[in-house]
Design a protein around this ligand. Structure first.
Ligand code: TPP
Ligand code: MG
Length: 581
């Protein structure tokens, strides 16, 4: 069966040319992907792509089968972030496609290069709406949710279709691309040599975009005029893999830097210029802010309002997308180009007078040290039941001792507190909910992080967050991945203490009390541990990281310890009528 699927059926060659070697749509897609360096596909099999998955595997592409397409899609999206090459997700028609679509939209929002390749039903039937198996006009639905969408109808166009998808995903501002592959395409047969010739190797898929010298000069002048400068590093800066140049720019200027969540580790959080623990001070008091691959979206309060204080500010913004400039506030010095080229040009233009005034750098460092010292005793508490600080204090030490491990993090309190408490020491080691604050990235990210980097992965998950992708622990066990999942089990969303005063149903935010998530992984041969104290947690995580075996630790957290929506409770709409007592 598998053999029959792997080989193109030569007997279908026309009788007039029995010696002619043929290829088909299946193989042309595989060859096009391989030609362009795609090594891994994340997906879920089914009609019409089951044989495609088998053949791709047989041809040496790693095809990872998930339990739900959304998780495969998140895996592909983060593979794109980690590698700067489009992560590929493969889905079946209509329902599978829709399941993958959230991840495609997520990739686009987060500027991760990804290609969602989906099988689709017969065009003739879909377009006449005659009720085909899994009928859906997928291309039309995908279009508004991604950066680009393409459909290939002829085998001879597969090479161009794949090339367009790759280039669209990675060039300029990266994003999600949809590639529609109708069922009939896979079976189309053509001359093998002509097929081979039709393939396209994408040359220089993400061309450097060099900033204008005048833009660099303007940016340096604004920076030089600063009394209280600040650099904000976004995940675009992490994506750029311009780590040495960024570090050199920060260190040569002496400017305090604030890493956004997934930019943590570009320079270690323990770096003397890191203003992570003095965030509110630097946002309020800075007078010149240089944004490197960071957008002034909700995560930075749109660059205005209370968070940013009274002092007038000038922004320098480095971004590859010109339309990002002035999106929320005026940008005094827009620098449009790819981050590596822009940062290098700025470095070349530094003249020694661009350093941050020492009194400002000193004041920021002092504030940071005060805040770190204030937090320290809370992180050492050995309370039972555990609170977030006690449990995260343990994980903080473990990550310090294992700086090359990748940290995946989602939840509300579990996210916000872990982001602040767990220091990151190397670039691209912290992967989290991103721009949308999306729940469900956990297991997909963990799987892709392990596959793409070969490094051990530590997932710090709220119990609700984990539930969105929990079934993928089977996938983790099946592929024997070095993933340790720690579930902060506080019996619910934000807290486990809510009561429904009006009836017998549980409150909307609570789960089964005392649930034992650790038992889930045992069903698949993984290691489950129930940890009730920081000491137990520490032992269990260290054992998991040493062994590299799939492990799930149920960390029992005080159900009363969290707060509503973690750190972003202010975003909940309030009405005078419904205001909480
Ligand atoms: C896809 C999606 N659905 C729903 C939400 C709303 N939401 C935000 S945080 C959260 C779960 C928080 O609970 P948990 O993960 O247990 O973290 P805790 O605060 O309890 O530590 C939910 C459901 C979301 N962000 N994304
Ligand atoms: Mg919870």
């Amino acid at each position: 069966m598998a053999d029959a699927a792997v080989k193109p059926k030569l007997e279908t060659a026309p009788a007039t040319a029995p010696e002619q070697e043929l290829t088909d749509g299946f193989h042309l897609v595989i060859d096009a992907l391989k030609l362009n360096g795609v090594k891994t596909i994340y997906g879920v099999p089914g009609i019409p792509i089951t044989d495609f998955g088998r053949m791709a595997q047989a041809e040496g592409i790693r095809v990872l089968s998930f339990r739900h397409e959304q998780n495969a899609g998140y895996a592909a999206s983060i593979a794109g972030f980690l590698t700067k090459q489009p992560g590929v997700c493969l889905t079946v028609s209509a329902p599978g496609f829709l399941n993958g679509l959230t991840a495609l939209a997520h990739a686009t929002t987060n500027c991760f290069p990804m290609i969602l390749m989906s099988g689709s039903s017969e065009r003739e039937i879909v377009d006449l709406q005659q009720g085909d198996y899994e009928e859906m006009d997928q291309l039309a639905i995908a279009k508004p949710l991604c950066k680009a969408a393409f459909r290939v109808l002829h085998a001879a166009d597969i090479g161009i279709g794949v090339a367009r998808a790759i280039r669209a995903a990675v060039s300029g501002r990266p994003g999600g691309v949809y590639l529609d592959l109708p069922a009939k395409l896979f079976g189309q047969v053509m001359d093998a040599a002509a097929g081979q010739k039709s393939l396209v190797k994408v040359i220089d898929p993400a061309p450097a975009q060099i900033p204008a010298p005048a833009a660099i000069k303007r940016a340096l002048e604004v920076l030089k005029s600063a009394k209280r400068p600040l650099i904000i590093l976004g995940k675009g800066a992490a994506y750029a893999q311009a780590d040495d140049a960024i570090r050199a720019l920060v260190e040569k200027t002496g400017v305090p830097f604030l890493p956004m969540s997934m930019a943590k580790g570009l320079l270690p959080d323990t770096h003397r210029q890191c203003a992570g623990a003095a965030r509110s001070t630097v946002l309020k008091e800075s007078d010149v802010v240089m944004l490197i691959g960071a957008r002034l979206n909700w995560l930075l309060s749109h660059g205005k309002g209370k968070t940013w204080g009274e002092a007038p500010k000038k922004f320098i913004q480095i971004d590859i997308e010109p339309r990002e400039m002035d999106s929320n506030v005026e940008i005094a010095a827009p620098v449009v180009g790819d981050i590596a080229s822009c940062v290098k040009a700025l470095l070349d233009g530094l003249d020694g007078k661009t350093a941050a005034p020492p009194d400002w750098a000193g004041a920021v460092a002092k504030k940071r040290e005060e805040n770190v010292a204030k937090m320290a005793p809370r992180l050492m508490n050995n309370n039972v039941p555990m609170d977030y600080h006690g449990a995260l204090g343990v994980l903080r030490t473990i990550v310090k001792e294992r700086p090359d491990a990748i940290l995946v993090n989602e939840g509300a309190n579990t996210l916000d507190l872990a982001r602040g408490i767990i220091d990151v020491y190397q670039p691209r080691k912290r992967l989290d909910v991103g721009t949308w604050g999306i729940m469900g990235i956990g297991m997909g990210y963990a799987i892709a992080a392990a596959i793409e980097t070969g490094k051990p992965v530590l997932c710090v998950e709220g119990d609700s967050a984990f539930g969105f992708s929990g079934m993928e622990i089977e996938t983790i066990c099946r592929y024997r991945l070095p993933v340790c999942v720690v579930i902060f089990n506080n019996d619910g969303i934000y807290r486990g203490t809510d009561v429904n005063a009006a009836g017998a149903d549980p409150a909307t935010t609570v789960f089964v009390k005392g649930a034992r998530y650790d038992k889930m992984i045992e069903a698949f041969g993984g290691t489950g541990v129930n940890a009730t104290s920081p000491d137990e947690l520490k032992r269990a995580v260290n054992a998991a990281m040493d062994s590299g075996k799939p492990t799930l630790i149920n960390a029992v957290i005080d159900p009363a310890a969290g707060s509503e929506s973690g750190r972003i409770g202010n975003l909940n709409p309030q009405s005078k009528l419904s205001k909480k007592q």
